[in-house]
Design a protein around this ligand. Structure first.
Ligand code: AP5
Ligand code: MG
Length: 195
């Protein structure tokens, strides 16, 4: 299986590049942000709980997110692999994902970390906020999301670096240029595994 984690701060292009990777490799998309927004729209108990965290730009509690991921993966065992977008976001989530992958007799192949300057991230998110309807794409919440990323999520990169799975990719430039860099990183990692 090919299991890719697309890692990076808010606005780094995880969703945009996921779409292209799904098309290229036929992977199943697992975006915790999309799953939570869908629960919120359906006004489920989980969605109502998640709403206040998303609105404020804070992380939804680990146990809620992990439960949701377990349900999603257990019901979806077929296909060539997964692309994880916006998950894991804490070291606790990363450890749980490792355990889950082992249970499914597979593993994470590569963690692609999209590196983008903070000023560019803010610019992209505020621009998207003009039309997206996402309640967290406003200046105040974007600032909080970036702080939460730096404090709570960035340590996840080190967790995977220690497993020799982290590949940092320059996330500036056109969508196609970045996609090409990601494809090279994935192919390098697959070649490294064969050798
Ligand atoms: P989530 O939905 O995951 O949002 P995020 O990580 O904050 O990131 P975004 O989706 O805003 O950005 P992206 O990296 O996907 O970039 P995109 O491709 O859209 O999470 C939202 C909330 O849910 C969290 O704050 C939290 O509350 C909760 N949550 C989710 N997962 C959780 C978890 N695991 N644990 C706990 N809580 C969780 O691009 C952004 C914009 O830039 C778009 O408009 C795009 O068109 C544009 N763009 C993309 N690439 C380029 C480019 N190369 N040049 C110019 N513009 C570009
Ligand atoms: Mg996204």
């Amino acid at each position: 299986m090919l299991n890719i984690i697309l890692f990076g701060p808010p606005g780094s292009g995880k969703g945009t590049q996921s779409e292209k990777l799904i098309h290229q490799f036929g992977l199943t998309h697992v975006s915790t942000g999309d799953l939570l927004r869908s629960e919120k729209a359906k006004k489920t108990e989980l969605g109502l709980l998640a709403k206040k965290f998303i609105e404020q730009g804070h992380l939804v509690p680990d146990e809620v997110v992990i439960g949701m991921i377990r349900n999603k993966l257990r019901g979806n065992l077929s296909g060539p692999g997964y692309i994880f977008d916006g998950f894991p976001r804490t070291v606790v989530q990363a450890k749980e994902l490792d355990e889950l992958m082992t249970e499914l007799d597979t593993e994470i192949t590569i963690v692609v970390s999209l590196d983008v300057d903070e000023s560019e991230l803010v610019k992209r998110l505020l621009k998207r906020g003009e039309t997206s309807g996402r309640i967290d794409d406003n200046e105040e919440t974007v600032r909080t999301r970036l702080e939460v990323y730096n404090l709570e999520t960035s340590p996840v990169a080190k967790y995977y670096a220690l497993q020799d799975k982290l590949s940092v990719v320059d996330g500036h430039g056109t969508v196609d240029e970045i996609f090409e860099r990601i494809c090279i990183a994935v192919s390098d990692k697959l070649n490294q595994k064969v050798i």
